[in-house]
Each structure stands twice: as C-alpha cells, then as structure tokens.
Design a protein around this ligand. Structure first.
Ligand code: HEC
Length: 659
C-alpha cells in the first residue's frame, strides 16, 4: 500500500500537532485551522517550526477516561475486531469528534448507541476519547457562500478535466484550450486567493472541474463545490470520514434528464454519489466489507459506470494479537445511477488461510494485500481497465502483487496480467522489526503512479507504468504479456521513494516525478536502499518510445534541515503545452519547461497566506493529488501531515498577475 507508517504513531503525531491549534482557539470563536491563531507576521515561521517539531506526545492515560469505558462496553466488540463492515478503530480515531457524536446521536450509529443505552454525556465522552479532541468546534466555512452569478452552475460547461489523471486514460495532461495558460505566461503567475480548510493537517484530494465549479474533498470529510474563479462556496456535503479521492462529475448528457451526479470515495471504504449541482446525497455503498478497507485512488467514471479501486490500511496494523492479514485489493463496477454493483473482482482470488502462528498465538494469514491505491486507466477501444497493484502484506508472496492487470469492463474478468516485481511480501511491522513482518521481506515496490494509456506521435499506443522502485516502463497493449518494452530506473526508489502518485504525458515526452525521500524510517530496507545508490529526487523527461532520458532537473534542497521537509516530488504532476507543474515535499509548486526542464516558476506554499475566511492558511508538503491547471488558473492543495511530511491546510489558486 501507500508508503505505510505506523498508524498508531501517526495518530498520536497528528494529535500532537493538532492540539496546540485547539488550545489557541478562543472558545466558540475562530476556526480550528491547523495553524496557531497568532497574528503577528514574524512569529509564523517559528510557530510552524514548533508545530513541525512536535513529537508524538504522551497523550496521558486515555485508557482511564470515562470515554474509554464507554468504548469498551459499547463499541469494541465491533470496531476492535474483524467484524465485517465495521471500520477499524484506527479509522475511528481519524474521524472528528463532532462526526462521531453526530453519528451516535442521529446518524448510522444511533441504533448502536440506543442498544447500549448511552446517555448524551457518554456519547460525548466516547467521541472525545476516540478523537483525542473536545467536541464542539463550531462548523466554519473556509470561504463565503457564493451569491449572484458565482453561485450558478453553468450546465453548458461539461466536466473538462477530472479524476487523478484528468481523463479516463489517466494521462495527466490538460489540453491548451482547457488550460488557457500559455507557457510564456507561467512566470507571471501570482496568488489570486487561498482557502484554509478547517480542522485539517493534510489535503490529498485533487481538484476537478465541471459547470464552472471546482470540486474537492477534505480531511474533515467535507466535500466542496466552489466557484472556480473566486473560491466562494456553492455547496458543501458533510461526510463523516476523510475524502482523499478526487470528485468525479457526470456530464448532463450522461445523466439523461436527471441531475448530474458527483462521485467520491472515503477513508472508511465507502463510495458516495451526490447531486453535482446541490450536494444532496443520492446513494452510498460500502466498497468492501473488510474493517481496514479504504479508498485512496480515484474512481474512474465512464459512460454510466463507476470503476472503484479498493485499498486498505491493514498492513499498518501493528497489534501483536492481530491475525495478519486478510485484506485483498479489488475493483468494483457500480451503476452510476443507483450504486448497484455490476461486478467485483479481487486481485487475489482465493481467501486467505492460516499459514503460521505469531508469538502471541494469533494466526498469520495468507495470501493478502495487492491493494490498489493508485488510479486505473480505461481503454474504451479494447474494453479494458488497467490497474496496478501494491505489495502482498504477508508471505508467501503471490503472482498478483506489483502487477499490471487488465480487467474486462463488462464482466470484470482478468484478461491478462504481468507481474513487474515478484516476491514482495511486506508490511509496516518490517519497519520496526515486529513479528508480523514476513520472512525475507520484499522491497514494497508498489505500482505507485498507476497506469496510463497514451498515444505516441506515430499513432502506436503504450501503457506507461511507474513504480516506487523508481522504474518507469512502457508496455504494448497489443502484446502486454511480453512485459516492458523498455524500463528505465530513473529514481533510486524506497518505500517512499521512486515514482509515487502520477507521471504525465503530453504526446511528446513522458514526465517522471521522483520522490526518493531521504529517510523513510524503514529498518528493513536500509541496506537495500544504500546498495541501490544515491537518491535522485527531481523531475525527469523520457522519450516515450525508447525510455531514454531527455533531460533531468534534480530538486534543489531548500529544506536546510527543516523537519519533515524533503526536496522530492511525491504528488501527481500535471502537464500543459510547454510546461509541467509539480508540487514538492518541500512545499513548493514548481513549473518546468517541457523542452529543457528549466524551472519557469516556483511558489512556496509554506509561507502563510491571506485566506478567504480570514483563518490562517499555511501549506506544507504536497502529496497525493498535485497541481491542476484549468481555464487560466493553477490550483494546488497543499499539506500532507502524515508519513513524516509537513502538515498544511491550503487550497491555493494562482492566475497571471493574480488577476
Ligand atoms: C454491532 C456492531 C457495531 C457496534 C456495537 C458499533 N458500531 Fe460503529 N459501525 C459499525 C458498522 C458496521 C459501521 C459501518 C456502517 C456503514 O458504513 O454504513 C460503523 C460505523 C461507525 C462510524 C462511522 C459512521 C459514519 O457516520 O460514517 C463511527 C464514527 C462509529 N461506527 C462509531 C461507533 C461508536 C463510537 C460505537 C460505540 C458507541 C460504535 N460505533 C458501535 C458497527 C458497529
């Protein structure tokens, strides 16, 4: 799965960096932004430095609080175990206290709360126990509500670019007529507006565009439709769990007279459809019954069907008593209108069986893993969906990890497959030497970038693939089982190295962003990483026909020891004619000249910026969905407060001269 980190540690770390913000928030007053509420200009860097240095704080003995007792009595039997459909406790700890409370009071957990006879006070207590935060932050909007024309959805402007890679083929390229930004104007880009997401340390969703609106998900579960030009809010949809996928929007023609729908996945493994013009909920389904299931990669929408890749956080469970592991990656096809399942295909056909015993007596289960956390590409001509899988969680590794697999769009049947890196059984236990780590652990070289279906200048088609090993490769869709036509190890690779969320292709060159994070904290891979040579974070351009390097621009190290700052590129990139945009882990967005690799423009999102609501807006590392260019503007979600990266809470919008 996605560069795993110890989730429990993470939850604590998130807590440590969140709490000062809450402490600094006047009662009932200002928004709960990530950043502290000081207003002096010069203090901001210090404050941010303090935040970044915050170590996992000992949270006190939470097990003795009244909420802990309520949890043990009324929730643990479902949420601590392997009960199908019940999201694991790790997830509940990432949900805001207001959402937990609302779920118990009026939401889908109300019957459970009633059955356990919980009082209102007990609902508060358990919400505060799980989230580690007080209930009762006022709900704030990150921008004013739209009025006048800005509030109107222009149905004559259909969805233009959407999803992780903008098109079903996942190419990460914005055509000139859609981008409306000549490369010669890129150096003149200036901040036009910024929005500070409430209660957020990270923003992973990638903005998408339709009907003059910008759609995005956020960490506190709110999905927004904003006026793309000014940032005002057209509607919000309040989901209980983080939305890190992009929002896919249906064309009015596809909706056949009904309202066009907007689709997204959430942290606890659900897929939602809402009315794209009002935000009203239409349907919701659980993509997988596994307690650790999650949706990270973008669903792909195509002509009335939604194809959903399913991932999990199970490989990060480090409880010694846990029967590790039972999750299997899958893809679902859903009827876009009703949410009804057309088919579901597991990447690993057989159910896991016990293959060993842990020191605690808990079972070791296998085969497991092969999650899909990246975004598939769709091949309408051949009727196929190409997915890239991640590692196995437990040994023995099987043939479905780190593989490119083609599924029939109509039936979900596997039509062909090619395993790029075999023998890769790995889980987070390996990072700390826990006994959940498989024997001879693999390198965790997931297919990070997903697959892209591209057309070369001579008309031939290729499937482009990028891995966390740093390898970019090309396959022939007419002769796929031959494997890679070429392979180029552009980066050095590691569990957070190599190619992560997405490359870009503009018809002439393949642009390859390399993360190569300096210290991933993984004990099991130190020697292997060192043997693979020096890290090479930066931007690279390859000849798509031969894989030969055309240019490279190694990332400057502007971090100078700043904690959780790293020069490389983790997030998805975006190409327009003449320029390719990348958000780096050092918090900067850079635009590169597509011919030479020269940096045309750069902007530091970690400098505090004025926001539309007046709340403090500060970006951090950029991860997950990266920059997007649309209708003369550049947008970037910044902040990646997890896996040892800099937190932040910003959506920044740029235009030529800030006009
Ligand atoms: C009988 C089993 C069971 C018990 C007991 C239970 N839950 Fe749940 N819980 C579930 C299932 C199943 C879901 C997923 C429902 C879905 O996705 O539609 C869930 C979902 C949730 C969610 C996400 C809700 C949302 O609105 O998105 C929260 C929060 C939650 N539970 C908290 C709790 C708390 C706190 C308790 C104890 C007071 C509790 N649950 C008791 C089975 C249970």
């Amino acid at each position: 799965m996605k560069h795993a980190w110890l989730l429990s540690t993470l939850a604590l770390w998130a807590l440590a960096v969140t709490l000062p913000a809450f402490a600094a928030t006047p009662a009932g007053g200002a928004p709960a932004a990530t950043a502290p509420a000081d207003d002096d200009d010069d203090g901001d860097e210090d404050e941010m430095a303090k935040l970044s240095k915050a170590q996992p704080a000992a949270p006190g003995d939470r097990s003795q609080t009244p909420g802990a007792k309520v949890y043990a009595r009324a929730c643990a039997q479902c949420h601590d175990g392997q009960v199908a459909k019940a999201p694991s406790r790790v997830f509940l700890e990432m949900v805001s206290p207001e959402s937990i409370y609302a779920s118990l009071k009026t939401g889908i957990m109300a019957p459970q709360a009633m059955a356990a006879g919980l009082t209102d006070a007990e609902k508060h207590q358990v919400a505060e126990f799980l989230s580690g935060q007080p209930v009762g932050q006022a709900r704030v909007l990150p921008a004013p509500m739209c009025t006048g024309d800005a509030a109107k959805f222009d149905t004559s402007r259909p969805p233009a670019i959407q999803g992780w890679g903008f098109t079903p083929e996942n190419v990460h390229f914005v055509r000139g007529d859609v981008a409306q930004l000549p490369a010669s104007d890129v150096p003149r880009l200036k901040l036009k507006w910024a929005l500070a997401y409430p209660s957020a340390l990270r923003v992973r969703s990638r903005p998408t565009f339709a009907y003059g609106a910008l759609y995005t998900g956020s960490q506190d579960g709110t999905v927004y439709a904003l006026d793309a030009k000014t940032g005002c809010v057209r509607w919000t949809f309040r989901n209980s769990a983080e939305v890190r996928t992009p929002v896919m929007v249906q064309s009015a023609a596809d909706a056949k007279g009904g309202p066009p729908l907007a689709f997204f996945g959430d942290l606890i493994g659900r897929v939602h459809a809402v009315n794209a013009l009002t935000g009203e909920p239409v349907w919701r389904v659980r993509a997988d019954d596994h307690p650790s299931a999650t949706i990270t990669g973008s669903p792909v929408y195509f002509r009335g069907t939604l194809y959903v890749p399913v991932s999990s956080l199970e490989e990060a469970v480090i409880d010694p008593n846990y029967a590790c592991c039972t999750f299997r990656g899958s893809v679902l096809a859903l009827d876009a209108k009703t949410g009804e399942q057309r088919w579901k295909t597991y990447m690993i056909e057989e159910e896991p069986k016990q293959v060993g015993t842990r020191r605690s007596g808990a079972a070791v289960m296998s085969p497991s893993g092969a999650a899909i956390w990246n975004t598939p590409s769709l091949d309408p001509k051949r009727g196929l969906l190409y997915v890239g899988t991640g590692n196995n969680y437990t040994g023995p590794a099987n043939h479905r990890s780190n593989a490119v697999i083609a599924l029939d769009l109509a039936t979900g049947k596997v039509r062909w497959e090619w395993q790029v890196v075999p023998g890769d059984a790995w889980n987070v236990g390996c990072m700390i030497g826990s006994d959940s780590c498989p024997e001879n652990p693999g390198p965790d070289y997931d297919i990070g970038s997903g697959t892209m279906l591209v057309r070369l200048a001579d008309g031939t088609e290729r499937i482009m693939v990028g891995l966390k090993s740093g390898v970019a490769l090309a396959m022939d869709p007419e002769n796929p089982t031959k494997g890679g036509l070429w392979q180029n190890r552009v980066g050095r690779g590691s569990i957070q190295g190599g190619i992560q969320f997405g490359m870009a292709f503009d018809g002439e060159r393949l642009y390859v962003p390399i993360s190569d994070m300096k210290d991933t904290g993984d004990l099991s891979s130190k020697e292997r990483d060192a043997a693979a040579g020096p890290i090479r974070p930066g931007m690279y351009a390859l000849d798509p026909k031969t894989g030969k390097l055309l240019w490279e621009t190694r990332a400057d190290d502007v971090c100078r020891g700043r904690q959780f700052c790293d020069p490389g590129i983790l997030a998805s990139i975006a190409a327009i004619p003449g320029a390719v945009f990348a958000g780096h882990m050092d918090g900067r967005v850079r635009a590169y000249d597509t011919l030479t690799g020269r940096v045309l423009w750069n902007f530091d999102t970690t400098e505090p910026m004025p926001s539309l609501s007046g709340a403090k807006a500060i970006g951090g590392s950029i991860g997950g969905g990266g920059p997007v260019v649309y209708d003369g503007m550049v947008y970037v979600n910044s902040g990646y407060g997890l896996y040892m990266h800099m937190p932040g809470n910003v959506l920044a919008a740029f235009s030529v001269d800030g006009k």
